[in-house]
Write a protein that binds this ligand. Structure first.
Ligand SMILES: Nc1ncnc2c1ncn2[C@@H]1O[C@H](COP(=O)(O)OP(=O)(O)O)[C@@H](O)[C@H]1O
Ligand SMILES: [Mg+2]
Length: 272
């Protein structure tokens, strides 16, 4: 099993939306998929539950940290939902090592049960994020094209406690950054300018998609994506033309990420 964590210490950048799209995409492409929601807001659990596609685990995600061993259903698509207990974990610092150990042994324990695991995280730099990154193979960082977010990339990489480089150096040498994924991209002059700025500063952290130079993975801002997230539908099964158009735009990006996490992408040059 390969584990992918969606991470960025900012809220509202599209982490949960991308996690939802990827979980459905993986599952529909024959990957045995485990979805874990570590954010108490549950914005990954909710659309997956509404879609009625994954089997629900009886335990919620906080139990993966607080108890051992945790067992999930033997089904090809399983959701471990967000739980209220997730909020209390940070307030028990003496147990953080135990939480991290439990989570890691859970991930190791389901290694042969699933092909891919998608973990959505909360934006706080806390034990949930650390435990997820410490157990992951890949991290994908959705990012919005505004100055504040671009300035935040340095913290994403170098934050004292949860910076990706720090986690890789101290806890998890196998951690690989798939890259920065611009989300909610609009074709305004302002966003185009910020995209140019992102390419100039972080070219090596973008995800090449397609054959042309300068083609990078991104998720445009489309109301159909938000609608799918709020309803019981999978984006590419929605009947509306707008949903089909949105799907055509993002499918190459999801396909690229899939080839990377399944190990069919060759060296994608992930750099940390
Ligand atoms: N590509 C997109 N186009 C339009 N709306 C989006 C897109 N991605 C996310 N949204 C919406 O923006 C809001 C925040 O997205 P969300 O995925 O919950 O962010 P995060 O998990 O980073 O906090 C949600 O209402 C979501 O439906
Ligand atoms: Mg979220």
């Amino acid at each position: 099993m390969k584990t992918l964590v969606l991470a960025n210490q900012k809220g509202g950048v599209g982490k949960s939306a991308v996690a939802t799209l990827l979980a459905h995409y993986f599952a529909q492409h024959g990957q045995r998929t485990l979805a874990i929601d570590l954010d108490h807001q549950g914005n990954f659990s909710k659309p997956l539950r509404l879609s009625d596609r994954p089997e629900l685990s009886a335990i919620s995600a906080d139990a993966l940290m607080t108890s051992t061993p945790a067992v999930v259903p033997a089904m090809p698509f399983v959701l471990v939902s967000s739980g209220a207990g997730l909020l209390g974990l940070e307030r028990q610092p003496t147990l953080h090592n135990t939480f991290g150990r439990n989570f890691r042994s859970f991930i190791t324990g389901v290694d042969s049960q699933f092909d891919l695991c998608v973990i959505d995280t909360n934006p706080n730099p806390d034990i949930r994020l650390i435990a997820a990154l410490a157990s992951a193979d890949f991290v994908l960082s959705p990012i919005q094209l505004n100055q504040e977010a671009l300035d935040g990339v340095a913290a994403l990489l170098n934050h004292e406690r949860v910076g990706l480089r720090k986690i890789k150096a101290v806890m998890n040498p196998k951690l690989s950054l798939i890259g920065l994924l611009p989300t909610m991209v609009e074709s305004t002059p302002f966003q185009r300018e910020n995209f140019t700025g992102l390419v100039a500063r972080y070219l090596s952290l973008l995800i090449p998609v397609g054959s042309g130079a300068g083609q990078f993975g991104l998720i445009p801002k489309r109301s159909a994506i938000a609608e799918a997230q709020a309803a019981d539908e999978v984006l590419w099964e929605m009947k509306k033309t707008a949903a089909r158009d949105a799907w055509k735009e993002i499918e190459p990006t999801l396909a690229r990420i899939t080839t990377i996490v399944t190990g069919h992408g060759g060296d994608h040059g992930a750099r940390l």
